[in-house]
Design a protein around this ligand. Structure first.
Ligand SMILES: [Zn+2]
Length: 371
């Protein structure tokens, strides 16, 4: 099994760690486990990537740029903001882990072009072998019902209408039905839920199609430049709410990193997102929060296994008392379940620089003795 290491160098204008410190960390980990790719970003300081890239290329490891697409970009340039289906701005959620999680419109060609321009302007000369597209989704229940019932801007209204969905009607439907809008006819663990209301269901399907189209175009753009393209995806169980359909969105991707985060109390954490759904629509029928145990992880791996591109399920390697309560047992349990699948590998997320030594020891131990 090959590993992907993920390293956060801070947001665009943040000062990253010393390049030497990053190289030392990668070197230390690579001497113990086989590393195939390093996902690193998204500070725009070029020096860190040149130095890290020099080391990685000398050891035959790919350096992949961590590039957010529909959020964060608004911090360095003008983007088209997302609205909810009621035509209102989506309340900005509390900043978490130093990131704003404010989302732009996902049907906006202007927005995807900006992501392409950011690569050209800041990263093209840095020696990257690929890009890892993050935030390729709508807002989640982090911003309440408005978050998932987006985007309702003029551009999206047209895009949805082409797919037979009238955004005004979707807004009215929610206002009439309230929580019952989200009543489930079925909610399988692979996340391909069916809402009882056909119109509400169709909204989520159309959102997936619009986002998949935008992501496919981006993948093609970067692949034409000879870059490897990876995608950061919500866990299957919660992916449909944010408009990610694994089969549709991965058509032109080289690899995916499903965020199988069972211990994260922040956006994309599976239990966290489930909890927010429960809070946003407490009376919706057919909702139940599964235990975040190994059996649940297996259901997510089953769903991921249906996809044909390379699969590197992501688990949290860093620790934080408030946000990421990981431990050695959790890491061992998660990686041994992934190991048993025979996928290409696993991704150690989302910031190797904050991984306790004991966690790295656990990964190395499992690598020596996978059974
Ligand atoms: Zn829009």
């Amino acid at each position: 099994m090959k590993y992907i290491l993920q390293i956060h160098t801070g947001s665009w204008k943040d000062q990253p760690d010393e390049p030497e410190r990053i190289v030392r960390k990668i070197e230390e980990v690579s001497s113990r486990i086989p590393v195939g790719k390093v996902i690193i970003g998204w500070s725009t300081d070029p020096l860190v990537y040149r130095k890290v890239g020099e080391y990685l290329h000398g050891s035959g490891t790919e350096m992949i740029l961590w590039l957010p697409v529909f959020s964060e970009t608004n911090k360095i340039l003008e983007t088209d903001e997302a609205l909810d289906v009621f035509g209102k701005r989506i309340a900005t959620p509390v900043e978490q882990v130093g990131e704003s999680f404010t989302f732009g419109c996902f049907s906006s060609r202007h927005n995807t072009r900006k992501a392409e321009e950011i690569y050209e302007q800041y990263f093209r000369e840095c020696g990257f072998d690929g890009v890892f597209l993050d935030r390729i989704r709508s807002q989640s229940f982090v911003a309440g019902v408005s978050g998932v019932l987006s985007c309702g801007c003029e551009r999206c209204r047209k895009a949805f209408l082409q797919k037979g969905v009238d955004i005004d009607e979707v807004g009215k439907l929610y206002e009439t039905k309230g929580d019952a809008f989200f009543d489930m006819a079925s909610y399988p663990t692979n996340g391909r839920f069916r809402l009882k209301d056909e119109e509400a269901q169709r909204f989520f399907e159309a959102k997936e199609e619009i986002i998949a189209d935008a992501v496919t175009e981006l993948c093609l753009h970067f692949r034409e430049k000879g870059l490897t393209v990876g995608l950061d995806l919500f866990a299957p169980a919660v992916s449909r709410f944010v408009g990610q359909n694994y089969a549709a969105i991965t058509k032109q991707a080289d690899f995916i990193k499903p965020m199988l985060y069972r211990r994260t109390d922040a956006p994309a954490g599976i239990g966290y997102e489930y909890e927010l759904f429960g809070k946003a629509a407490p009376h919706a029928l057919g909702y139940r929060r599964p235990a975040m145990d190994r059996a649940f992880l297996e259901t997510q791996l089953d769903a991921v296994g249906q996809i044909s591109c390379e699969k590197y399920p992501g688990i949290e390697i860093n620790y934080d008392r408030e946000l990421v309560r990981t431990d050695v047992d959790y890491i061992t349990e998660s990686l041994s379940a992934i190991h048993a699948r025979g996928f290409e590998g696993a991704a150690l997320c989302w910031n190797l620089m904050q991984a306790p030594d004991a966690h790295i020891d656990a990964v190395a131990g499992l690598e020596r003795n996978p059974d």
